[in-house]
Design a protein around this ligand. Structure first.
Ligand SMILES: [Zn+2]
Length: 371
């Protein structure tokens, strides 16, 4: 994926407050000439402008730069097996608007997605500002080829989503795994403000991990890095959607927690996250123990990754974040007992538009700023 994260980072940083070039250079650890080159390009594109010079002391006057947030928009879609959430994002990361539409992944999905995008692209006053469309898709995604290798939740395998969608849309299209899309958003607007290296742990219908090393999202040679959900824990464990047994996901994904609850006779049927949450809140016997055990399994596996990569921060995201208070009593001691140095753990309140915003950030990084 062609990407110039530096320009996206500059836009994200200036989206919070105007800064001069030496402040940008200091915060991103870049040389003055590099920052001058990138900001010149962003000014040429009409995305930044210079404010009145500020004179302080005897030094040269400093020229603060500010973002023109409405100069270009990016559209991000989060593809879920029942619906699609769209977010239209400004250059400073703020939302123009968001929408939710029903979606059936089995009924001409490419055409359905194209129709949603074309509606936004056709809106007078906003459509012509949209520079690209990003899609955050659950499963194993090859972002370079734009192919969905395997998405059990959507029932897709080897779907050439990006090439097919690109034929129907007049703007560039990007796809990536949903967790990695959100990881890009974290890098630009969240954990990346304080850390150059960190992990994003996504818990929900699956378990995924976003990896940021040296301020870059790690994708691996074929773009499938971060398959944390399929870290093996027990060869005799429950069967996994990947065809193996005892993967992390088979203990900690929402469906796995629900299945364990049935096995232990705690519930009569597999329940959804909201119901699991209600049962834990009511302290239904056995539920909190089950979740703490799942949290411990997650924590031991995460500690291994933390030690290998020597990261100091981990951010938890995902639809199961409501269960985090019950996963955490197992997770935290397992991590703290397993890591060789300290780890800062933060938890993001989940919002259904999070992956959509992440997808819009992918476009910001790879298309808008790189032009
Ligand atoms: Zn697996």
């Amino acid at each position: 994926m062609r990407e110039d994260l530096v320009r996206a980072e500059i836009l994200a940083m200036l989206g919070r407050e105007p800064l001069n070039r030496s402040e940008i250079a200091a915060r991103l650890g870049l040389g003055a000439a590099t920052v001058t080159e990138h900001t010149r390009r962003l000014i040429d594109l009409g995305y930044l402008r210079e404010l009145a010079p500020q004179v302080s002391g005897r030094g040269r006057p400093r020229v603060p730069l500010e973002v023109l947030p409405d100069a270009a928009y990016t559209l991000g879609l989060r593809v879920h097996h029942t619906h699609v959430v769209g977010v239209l994002m400004r250059l400073n990361g703020s939302e123009v608007r968001r929408f939710t539409q029903p979606f059936d992944p089995r009924a001409e999905p490419v055409e359905q997605l194209a129709k949603m995008c074309l509606e936004v692209l056709g809106e007078p006053g906003t459509g012509e500002r949209v520079r690209g469309v990003g899609l955050a898709v659950p499963g194993v995604i090859d972002p370079a080829k734009g192919v969905v290798r395997l998405s059990p939740h959507l029932g897709w395998s080897d779907l050439a989503l990006r090439p097919r969608l690109a034929e129907l849309l007049p703007v560039p299209v990007l796809i990536d795994n949903d967790t990695r899309a959100s990881t890009t958003a974290e890098l630009l607007f969240g954990t990346g403000r304080d850390h150059d290296d960190f992990l994003v742990l996504a818990v929900g219908g699956g378990v995924g991990m976003g990896i940021v090393l040296g301020r870059r999202v790690h994708r691996g040679p074929d773009g499938v890095a971060g398959e944390f959900g399929h870290v093996p824990v027990d060869p005799l464990g429950p069967p996994c959607v990947c065809g193996r047994r005892g993967c992390v996901e088979t203990y900690a994904a929402d469906y796995a927690l629900a299945a364990r609850a049935v096995e232990r006779g705690l519930t009569s049927r597999a329940v959804a996250v909201d119901e699991l949450h209600a049962l834990a809140l009511a302290d239904t016997p056995g539920i909190r123990d089950l979740m703490a055990e799942a949290g411990a399994t997650l924590g031991r596996a995460a500690a291994g990754i933390v030690n290998v990569l020597a990261v100091r921060a981990l951010t938890v995201i995902g639809e199961s974040h409501v269960l985090w208070p019950y996963l955490e009593p197992g997770f935290r001691p397992a991590v703290e007992g397993g890591v060789l140095s300290g780890l800062e753990i933060s938890v993001r309140p989940w919002d259904d538009s999070a992956h959509a915003l992440g997808a819009a950030c992918l476009v910001l990084a790879a298309t808008v700023a790189a032009r």
